[in-house]
Design a protein around this ligand. Structure first.
Ligand code: FE
Ligand code: CA
Length: 433
């Protein structure tokens, strides 16, 4: 007889694709919104990887230990896989079998195969349905970049704004500050079928912004206990290769995709000081990577609006002009910056390269002045819908499609393409649809 109820309620995920392997993730949580519902003991979880969805012949398998201290999450490092290859994976424990996930390894170092990268950010549960992620899942990109605000820590507002509070949190929900509260918030999000589908469709690379901890947090100025709880819960719910160390976790990293693209993920929160967005160690790392990258496209993926804006923003790169200038000086002439955070879609031309700003998956947008593009001639595109981006990188070109959904206040919105652009040096060329 099974000792536990069906534990794979939060689905499966993969991430950190390398040419020879990926990370696989799941969590045992029969009662995810009430502490997880697992006994206070460890469980051995079997994992299986195959090239066919029916698991006719296993490519790799093993067991991984799910422990109470990690909320019974499982992080499996799979190696020995072939580059640029699709694999399917699943987990088993105590007579239960998880859903099947699809993943893909990164191209080999010398590969010139094109890469399809989906970009998402800002998925506030209360503000809407994750329909954009359902459409993203259907595209089966090679990799999904999530650029922050994967959860929002807020409690239920005293007076929810009409039309912006379509999926209520529990009445008693306070802002997350404790490990249990953050865990339950991730569980709430991961029960969403569209978010589960997006994780089960492709490997993800995530970089947190502020709301994974607390609104507008920066550097070590905040509450170390809260930061520790937030990073621990973030780690427990995503397929990272690295573990948090107390109130710190190294999120910045380089992920190469053959000769086509170097993805550089930067952390704009944890090391911030009044004069420096990235902190000394990360800055040294990034400038070194920018100057030595040999890939056709050097892609800087990070949460915040990078291009200058009129009027300037106090919580984005405008407040750190020296940090931004250093990056642009080290970058190739056709740097590609990917960002999120602002809940609307934008595209802009930089001194060296271009920027594509992904809109929110569901978070409500701020008001934007009618003359925003006029006042910012280097910004070439604005769209006020929710959605995501799909970038196509090849040795010949880098193009981006702006996918949008018409509404998020109810499920079922169709997806359409609002615009497509090609990056040419530091110019954006609009592609006729
Ligand atoms: Fe956001
Ligand atoms: Ca943010």
């Amino acid at each position: 007889m099974a000792k536990i109820k069906f534990p794979f309620t939060l689905g499966v995920a993969s991430g950190e694709p390398a040419p020879d392997g990926v990370m696989l993730w799941t969590r045992l949580a029969p009662d995810p919104l009430n502490g997880g519902g697992m006994p206070a003991s460890s469980f051995d979880v079997r994992w299986e990887v195959a090239e066919d969805e029916a698991f006719g012949r296993l490519t790799a398998s093993g067991t991984a230990r799910a422990q109470p201290a990690g909320a019974h999450s499982v992080h499996v490092k799979v190696a020995g896989l072939r580059p640029s290859s699709v694999y399917f994976y699943r987990f088993r424990v105590d007579g239960h079998t998880s859903r099947v996930g699809r993943t893909k390894t990164a191209p080999a170092a010398g590969s010139t195969a094109p890469v399809r990268i989906a970009v998402a950010s800002c998925q506030r549960y209360e503000h809407g349905y994750f329909t954009a992620l359902k459409h993203l899942a259907a595209e089966q990109p090679d990799v999904v970049l999530h650029l922050g605000d994967y959860i929002y820590e807020y409690g239920k507002p005293a007076a929810p704004a009409p039309g912006r509070y379509v999926r209520p949190l529990k009445d008693s929900t306070a802002a997350c500050t404790t490990l249990n509260a953050y865990r339950e918030r991730y569980a709430l999000y991961r029960l969403d079928p569209d978010l589960q589908a997006a994780h089960a469709a492709a490997p993800w690379l995530t970089i947190p912004d502020d709301h994974e901890v607390v609104n507008n947090y920066q550097g070590k100025t905040g509450d170390a206990k809260r930061r520790r709880a937030a990073y621990q819960a973030n780690y427990e719910h995503l397929p990272y290769r690295v573990k948090p160390g107390g109130d710190a976790m190294q999120f910045y990293r380089w992920r190469p995709f053959g000769k086509v693209a170097d993805l550089l993920l930067a952390d704009v929160r944890q090391y911030r000081t009044p004069g420096d967005m990235l902190g000394p160690a990360q800055t040294t790392w990034l400038l070194d990577r920018l100057t030595t990258s040999a890939a056709r496209w050097t892609v800087l993926a990070q949460p915040l609006f990078f291009a200058p804006r009129n009027p300037p923003s106090a919580d984005a790169w405008d407040a750190f002009p020296a940090s931004r200038a250093k990056i642009l000086q080290a970058a190739p002439d056709d740097l590609v910056v990917l960002s999120g955070d602002v809940h609307n879609a934008w595209a802009g031309e930089l001194d060296r390269g271009v920027e594509f700003v992904a809109t929110a998956v569901s978070s409500a947008p701020p008001a934007v002045r009618d003359d925003a593009l006029e006042r910012n001639p280097h910004l070439r595109f604005f769209d006020g819908h929710r959605g995501y981006l799909v970038a196509h990188a090849s040795m010949e070109e880098f193009t981006v499609d702006y996918r949008t959904v018409a509404y998020v206040d109810r499920p079922g919105a169709p997806v359409s393409t609002a615009a497509s652009f090609r990056a040419v040096g530091n110019k954006l060329v609009r592609i006729d649809l």
